[in-house]
Design a protein around this ligand. Structure first.
Ligand SMILES: NC(=O)C1=CN([C@@H]2O[C@H](COP(=O)(O)OP(=O)(O)OC[C@H]3O[C@@H](n4cnc5c(N)ncnc54)[C@H](OP(=O)(O)O)[C@@H]3O)[C@@H](O)[C@H]2O)C=CC1
Ligand SMILES: O=CCCC(=O)O
Length: 291
């Protein structure tokens, strides 16, 4: 099967490499074109623009940073829409808001094409090992046509109905995750300041009702001030902001998520946006120094 792939950041690089290593023919494009080199060295073809990739491939996947990037790649000069026509499918796996997904859907279908949103749960390592959870919605025939690729990329795919539902599900999940990360950071800090060994806290948490892969995976690195990015903090803050907007639209009070968003904004203001989202832990250390 041949696919196009637009966006070779942390996730896109791992996902496209995984497709390549599993026998797919992949044509890649990235805004910073030099990031295509590693994929090309492993057998990928390169498109100089998104339009060139669309022209070549029947199905193209995108994995881009945020709503502005997702729209720009479709609508701007040399973008996806310039070459779109009937018989082609576009799958956006970026995390965006439902409105952005709906705008892209309208643009693609106005050209006779098929559109699927398919944001993912799971981070850098699951992307490398094909263990993502795919949250698809939109064109059911495209979902079925893309299943050989989804089977490589993920351990489970959900089809959630109309366009927007995938984005909503993803934002709800990441809203919960961001709030959990803040509660976890406060717990590690409270344990330390009240005289406990935070490593003991990790062991206790891991044996109880709130044990989870995120605490287990990120905790030891956080205690060593290691925030090597798997999920960049700037993207987690974007997801909190988009989830809060979804809460506004649906009149859902979300005081916990709102406070967590403020903590991620604080971390961004400290220059931590490109670090892993667990670097929000650092915002609590600043309080210590200033007291
Ligand atoms: N990292 C993770 O754990 C997860 C991330 N996600 C979501 O997946 C998406 C990608 O995440 P991730 O790979 O971590 O992000 P990165 O920041 O590593 O990569 C972002 C990608 O978007 C491209 N990009 C940014 N702005 C533009 C633009 N204006 N025009 C064209 N391309 C642009 C970048 O190109 P360039 O190289 O030129 O900067 C790069 O390819 C995000 O929506 C994120 O929320 C979802 C699940 C997990
Ligand atoms: O959007 C990013 C999700 C990261 C994760 O699920 O670990």
């Amino acid at each position: 099967m041949e696919v196009g792939f637009l966006g070779l950041g942390i996730m896109g690089k791992a996902m496209s490499m995984n497709l390549l290593m599993n026998g797919f023919k992949v044509t890649v494009w990235n805004r910073t074109l030099s990031k295509c080199n590693e994929l090309v060295a492993h057998g990928a073809s390169i498109g100089k623009t998104p339009a060139e990739v669309i022209n070549k491939c029947k199905i193209t996947i995108a994995m881009l940073s945020d709503p502005a990037a997702a729209l720009s790649v479709v609508l701007d000069k040399d973008g996806v829409l310039e070459q779109f026509c009937g018989g082609k499918g576009y799958i956006d796996m970026s995390t965006v808001d439902p409105e952005t997904s709906c705008r892209i859907n309208e643009a693609i279908t106005s050209k006779g094409g098929q559109f699927l949103e398919a944001p993912v749960s799971g981070s850098k390592q699951p992307a490398e090992t094909g263990q993502l959870v795919i949250l698809a919605a939109g064109d059911k025939a495209l979902y079925e046509a893309a299943m050989p690729a989804f089977d490589i990329l993920g351990k489970k795919s959900f089809f959630l109905g109309q366009v927007g539902n995938g984005a909503k599900m993803k934002l709800v999940v990441n809203m919960i995750m961001g709030s959990m990360m803040n509660a976890f950071s406060e717990g590690l800090t409270l344990a330390d300041r009240s005289g406990l060994n935070p490593r003991d806290l990790l062991d206790v948490l891991d044996l109880g009702a709130i044990a989870n892969p995120m605490f287990k995976g990120k905790g030891p690195a956080m205690l060593q001030n290691n925030y090597s990015p798997a999920f960049p903090l700037k993207h987690q803050q974007k997801d909190m902001r988009l989830a809060l907007a979804l809460g506004d639209e649906n009149s859902v009070p979300m005081p916990v998520a709102a406070a967590s968003n403020e903590a991620f904004k604080k971390a961004r203001s400290m220059g931590l946006g490109d670090m892993d989202f667990s670097a929000v832990f650092e915002t609590l250390k600043v309080l210590k120094h200033s007291s």
